[in-house]
Ligand binder design. Sequence first.
Ligand SMILES: C[S@@+](CC[C@H](N)C(=O)[O-])C[C@H]1O[C@@H](n2cnc3c(N)ncnc32)[C@H](O)[C@@H]1O
Length: 336
Amino acid sequence: MTGPAATRGPRSAAPVPAAAGLAALLADATERLRLAGVASPRANAEQLAAFVLDVHRSRLVLVTELPAAAAERFAELVRRRAARAPLQHLTGVAGFRYLDLAVGPGVFVPRPETESVVGWAIDWLRNRAGAGAGAGAGPVCVDLCAGSGAIALSLASEVPGAQVHAVEVDAAALAWLRRNVTASGRAVEVHEADVRAEPPASLARLAGSVDLVVSNPPYLPDADRAAVEPEVGEHDPALALWGGPDGLDVVRSVMELAARLLRPGGGLVVEHADGHGAAAVALARADGRWTDIGDHPDLAGRDRFITARRAAAGSGAARQDGGAGRAARPGDWKDG
Ligand SMILES: C[S@@+](CC[C@H](N)C(=O)[O-])C[C@H]1O[C@@H](n2cnc3c(N)ncnc32)[C@H](O)[C@@H]1O
C-alpha cells in the first residue's frame, strides 16, 4: 500500500534508500521504538543494527553506512520490535551470566534478576566445605522448571564437577533446552517431567541425595494477566508465567519436590514474584522440613528469592537465620 496511511503506526517502516547512514537510521529507529513504548529504545535500535551487521554493539562507532540489504533487514526488525516482539526473539539469543542461549517462540526468555538468584546458589556451592577443592565428586544440582536451561547450564559451566539435572514439562521449551544443552557440550541430564506430579524414575532415584535445588518457576498471580507488557503476555509461553490465584501454585510443588530430592543440609533457592517474600517464607516455615529460611531482594531491592536448607528428618521446627526470615549470605551455611 502507498500513500499517507502507509506511513502511520509501528508497522509502517519508512522506505529505505539504497544505502543509508547509520546515524540517521538509528535516530529514526529509536524514535519509532520510543513511540511504540519500548523500554531503552536507543539500546534496542543499536542491538538490532549490530545484529544485522554481525558485529558487537561496541563496534557500531566504526560504521557510517548500512548497505541496502542490511538497511532493509534493519527496518524490518525495527518494525517487528515496534510491534513488541521481544528483542531476543529477533536476534535468537539471550545473554545470561556467561552464556549465550538460543531462544525464540515457545521458551521463556531468561531475565537479569535470575542471574543473581543463580549467583547466590553458585556462591553457596563454592563456600561449601570441600566444594570446588577437588574433594570427591562434585555437587548434585537440580534445576526445576528449566526453560532454556539458563540456570542448569550456568551451574554446569561455573561449578567444577557439578552433576546437573534439568527438569521441564513443556515440549516446546524442552526442544530449546535440549538444543542449548547440546550446543554447550555440557553433560546436563534433561528430564521431561511435571513438578506437580509424581516424578519419573529418572528423577525419583535422586531422592535424598541432591545437594542443591534451584528453580525459577512460573509465579505471576493469574490476576496480573492484563498488566504485563506485550513482550511478556504475547510472547513468553503462558505455562512459564502464571502461577495460579496467588502465584504460588508451582512454587508449592517445587518446594514439595525439592524436600524429597535434597539430602539433609542440601540447599533450596527459589525465585518468586516481588512482594511474595513473606508468603514464600511462611510456606517454608509451615512445612516444617526446612531450616535456615531466608528471603533475598534483587538488585532493585524487590523481594526476589527464598533460600532454605533441608532439615534432617525428625529435627523439629524450622530454624530461621534471624527472627523474621532475614536473608543468609551464601557463606553462612557452613556445615552444608
Ligand atoms: C519462568 S520460566 C523459567 C525458565 C528458566 N528456568 C529461566 O529462569 O529462564 C518457568 C518454566 O517452568 C516450566 N514449567 C511450568 N510448569 C511446570 C511444571 N509443572 N513442571 C515442570 N516445568 C514447568 C515452564 O514451561 C517454563 O519453561
